[in-house]
Design a protein around this ligand. Sequence first.
Ligand SMILES: *Cc1c(COP(=O)(O)O)cnc(C)c1O
Length: 390
Amino acid sequence: MIEASLTETLTELDSQALRRRLPEAIERPGTTVERGDRRLLNLSSNNYLGLATHPDVVMAAVDATMRSGCSATGSRLLAGNLTWHERLEARIAQFKGTEAALLFNSGYVANLGVLTALTGPGDLIVADKLNHASLIDGARASEAEVRHAPHQSMERMEALLDKPGVKRRFVVTDGVFSMDGDIARLPELLSLCRRYEATLVLDEAHATGVLGATGRGTLEHYCLGVQGVIQVGTLSKALGGFGAFVAGSQAVIESLINLARPLVFSTALPPAVIGAALAAFDVLDFDPGLVERLRANAIYLREGLQRIGLQVPSGITPIIPVVVGEPDVALKFAQHLDTLGVLAQAVRPPSVPRGSARVRVTVMAPHTREQLDRAIAAFETAGRRAGILT
Ligand SMILES: *Cc1c(COP(=O)(O)O)cnc(C)c1O
């Protein structure tokens, strides 16, 4: 019976403080969340701009459903190609400044689709070791040779790219790294790409709506053009909805329509999520101050956590890692925070390297200074209780 061996594995995970359990469910993800009869300050959400509960976005989802129903009813290549999809793709291409864009059902399958469809035998993928799991899985599922460089090491990246007899080269990286919140060194990566005639695949999941003056992402942050870059982004983080996209040249998009199996063999996104995404782009366009407020909050919270003595890197992104080392310490830290009314998740291996278990904090644009001050005070108390601060 499989149950006996499964239980053994779970018990083993338990003994290493590595067993995962679904957290207690919440009703509505805002700057605060209600869990049972308690209200917690939410420092654990990817809903960076608060758009998931924005009235315009919510109404747009309702309107789209009333007009077009609950389902696309088929793959884009069959009966599932709705005018909604094409409107949103035009909007995304305009937002990202690319020739074209293509929707996918999630960031996870978008990365799988891009890396398996656009690479083949004889190709080389050079990737950052701390890339998101979906990029790692996509590379693994591809027929290309895959090599991982240490995090943000341009020297190792170059050494791996400098391999003779390769058909085509790809450099694959997160724009904003999802567990560390640091920003990819794109100017250097792009110059490596030029030198080795490599294509850059850039995962903008945590950069879209976050980086750059108007939230267009990592390229806007560095004032770089989109030439030679394939961007993947999600609608599920700063844009507050669901689904994902690839933005790039016409040739890339046409190829994905032909070759990306997650696109070909899966039902397209329903009208509700498309309507919500169109409205989210409208909100972003009309209020670029939203991105500025997110950045100001990120800097404020990072500085506050540093001031009380926590090891927190400086930066401008809303992902703030408080690395404590061992999984049991991270769990205890998060538990004390919870008791003090703050929701911030412990992240343990294999999501992060061994010895770097952490509490991963994320901040939102609509968080008030009063809320952030309360969070900093809670981190100070919880840090002492968990033995991290003295
Ligand atoms: C969240 C995330 C994804 C997956 O996106 P989903 O739309 O949630 O499937 C992909 N890449 C990165 C870097 C992410 O953080």
